[in-house]
Ligand binder design. Sequence first.
Ligand SMILES: Nc1ncnc2c1ncn2[C@@H]1O[C@H](COP(=O)(O)OP(=O)(O)O)[C@@H](O)[C@H]1O
Ligand SMILES: [Mg+2]
Length: 297
Amino acid sequence: MDTLKLGWVIYNGHLGGKKFLDFAEAIKRAANAHDIKISIIKNNALLAGIGTDHSILTQENERPDFVVFSDKDIPLAQQLEAMGLPLFNSSKSIAVCDNKILMYQALATAGITIPKTIIAPKIFPGTMPIQLETFEPAIAELGFPMIVKEAFGSFGEQVYLIQNREQLHKKIIEIGTEPFVLQEYIQTSHGRDIRINVVGGKIVASMIRFSKTDFRANVSQGGSMEPYTPTEKEADLAIAAAKAVGTDFAGVDLLFGEHDEPLVCEVNSNAHIRSIYECTGVDVSQSIISYIKEVLS
Ligand SMILES: Nc1ncnc2c1ncn2[C@@H]1O[C@H](COP(=O)(O)OP(=O)(O)O)[C@@H](O)[C@H]1O
Ligand SMILES: [Mg+2]
């Protein structure tokens, strides 16, 4: 391809609040600095058909050279790819990261260190009550405290620290038919983790997050942040994790294990970049645009 002229940034039209548009606007600024035009488009302004006849229904009249997909509308992402548009990140990597069960499976398959994780068996709606005794082997394996984490969740909101059997049963009933995992609680990482932004297999920014009030270090849960230089081991692990789930760019969360041995907590394909900018002064969107230019040239 010759020079890139136009990119789309897709975001979710139903998510209110400025923080969801923030990423799109940062990408736009970074692209404009390279003379690339950007249209910021809501996912619900693009109606995806199935097949080749009605591939996409849109008011947009110019086909973009690339799409930065800042949403988790996987069928739309797949349809855009089926039309031959290069997506960053790919629909596949977004789908893997969106579902923490698929994400941990991909990481483990690539030999990446993660906390010991057990998948809760699928339950169909309307087939209650939940057979709580079937979780006994997981309790025997993980002990208490343990972490319960819903497959779909962000900002730490669907991650729970469980102290005993009674709390576990209550949480399992509350979660109902949503998919989740039971996970080893990494006590040495209580209230602290590392966020590393990886773009095109390289580390572009990194911070340490810590909380005095919560086991979760997410900034949305009241965590503070400081710039951080990862050790070689942490850097290699973050790069390998971003690769294992197929992301072009990602925010990788690492936990501190015994003797500060790093473990991967999660890979975010749709990480926000405002906090890392405020903490480190690094504008990750610039690296993303440079990377896209490099890949498509
Ligand atoms: N196994 C664990 N042991 C200890 N702390 C954890 C564990 N898993 C997650 N946490 C803490 O909870 C936070 C949120 O978990 P994470 O898996 O990143 O979910 P989210 O997608 O909601 O950010 C992490 O940043 C970390 O501070
Ligand atoms: Mg996280």
